[in-house]
Design a protein around this ligand. Sequence first.
Ligand code: IMP
Ligand code: MG
Length: 169
Amino acid sequence: MRRIVYSQQQIAARVRELGDEIAKTYPDGDLLVLGLLKGSFIFLSDLVRDIRRPLQIDFLVAASYGDATVSSGTVKLVYDPETELGGKHILLVEDIVDTGRTLNRLMDLLQARKPRSLEICALLHKHVAAELRYPTRFVGFDAPNEFLVGYGLDHAENFRHLPYIASLQ
Ligand code: IMP
Ligand code: MG
């Protein structure tokens, strides 16, 4: 059974707001929007078109081992951004924050490259992330603690293409 949690229209409206908020937050300096693949690919592509200021885009690919629906805590970088991070505002774009382990590991790694600033933009936040050591500066929706799919989010690589976000429960 699939229940729609956020419709295509709700997502579009919220992404526009986030884009405005982000543009206002960074009045000057180089901005690099760094998408965490694969989950953020649709969100990022909509979001950057709503950030009305110059920016650059690159991606990170992280792999975590273990079950598809349970975070294992071991995160490995499979693709490292080629773009220079030093001195730039870095906005790390993630689909959903669950335990926060993925972000902890990636933020540690990115912070070590001396960006001018480093912030997280997550489309969804389950607020069960007891382990996240970093603040989530931009959040699309405070999500229910259910397994969500669509708009980039998958279950065993399925459902990413759905234009809305649904719960699998
Ligand atoms: P964390 O490291 O536990 O915060 O896990 C975050 C990652 O787990 C996300 O980037 C997603 O890939 C995946 N994930 C967590 N919750 C969900 C969900 O409800 N639906 C789909 N993927 C999820
Ligand atoms: Mg992901």
